[in-house]
Design a binder for this molecule. Structure first.
Ligand SMILES: O=P(O)(O)OC[C@@H](O)[C@@H](O)c1c[nH]c2ccccc12
Length: 269
């Protein structure tokens, strides 16, 4: 099917992108510089992204996303730095920045600039298919990387989690099915995100999170991702002991992100 191929197509394009990057800079020097950036706090195992999501109450990860393959261009006007600062002021726990350039019109440069402009932790939202991207994420100033279970064999997932942790980076391990949640648990993920969007069909069903929540022990941070639009969505996820929500489109389409966040928190109608 055409749609199923998109995920594979994105992954294949990403591999080409990484190979291009490797020509500009070899992995050894990248790794050395990334390792030199690990702070004393991180060496003690104190990771800012995980800490931000562990706070009392629902944590919001607000996403900076210009476009997506399922929705096309979401934000014609895209003042990414102002958007990120607005998220921070509104009380976001963390910011997710798309860096995939072809399908999401993201950029490493957006991530780098945003990470140095805000104090809250930033997630590099990309299709991680090579350890090279984890070293890049560290150098760009990210506090966390996305590891999508569908794209990684269990052995790889484990390996990448270890690489991220050694760099003081958290990993948001994304699952969409029971089997993927179980793989994430076996790989020792500390943060599991259930994507309500099936990346192969783009269908969104936010009850996916509530169904898979039961498989994840409470000491692991549980994130619900995609398709979250209303205060009621957030309230139901909260009842199901969701620690954090990852929201892109709803914020990107809203002219007043601060107000949107308080609406989603149920503070205004
Ligand atoms: O814009 P939404 O429906 O609120 O979704 C945000 C986020 O969950 C989504 O962008 C996302 C979740 N997992 C991904 C993996 C790759 C690219 C994007 C994503």
């Amino acid at each position: 099917m055409v749609i199923i191929m998109i995920l594979e197509e994105i992954a294949a394009k990403t591999r080409v992108r990484v190979e291009e990057q490797k020509k500009k800079r070899d992995i050894y020097s990248l790794r050395r510089d990334a390792e030199a950036m690990v702070s004393d706090m991180e060496k003690r195992g104190d990771f800012p992204f995980k800490k931000a999501l562990s706070a009392e109450g629902m944590s919001f990860i607000c996403e900076v996303k210009k476009a997506s393959p399922s929705k096309g261009v979401i934000a014609e006007d895209f003042p990414y730095l102002d958007i990120a600062k607005e998220y921070e002021e509104a009380g976001a726990a963390a910011i997710s920045v798309l860096t995939e350039p072809c399908y999401f019109l993201g950029s490493d440069s957006y991530l780098e600039q945003i990470a140095s402009a805000v104090k809250i932790p930033v997630l590099r939202k990309d299709f991680t298919v090579d350890e090279y991207q984890i070293f890049e994420a560290k150098l760009l100033g990210a506090s966390s990387v996305l590891l999508i279970c569908t794209l990684l064999e269990e052995k790889r997932l484990k390996e990448y989690l270890e690489i991220a942790h050694n760099l003081g980076l958290s990993a948001l391990v994304e699952a969409h099915t029971e089997a993927e949640v179980e793989a994430a648990l076996r790989a020792d993920a500390g943060i599991i995100g259930v994507n309500n969007r099936n990346l192969k069909t783009f269908e969104v069903d936010i009850t996916t999170s509530n169904r898979l929540r039961k498989l994840v022990p409470e000491e692991i941070i549980f994130v619900s991702e995609s398709g979250i639009k209303t205060a009621q969505d957030v309230a139901i996820l909260k009842q199901n002991k969701t620690d954090a929500v990852l929201i892109g489109e709803t914020f990107m389409r809203s002219p007043d992100k601060k107000k949107q966040l308080s609406i989603l928190r149920g503070e205004e109608m």
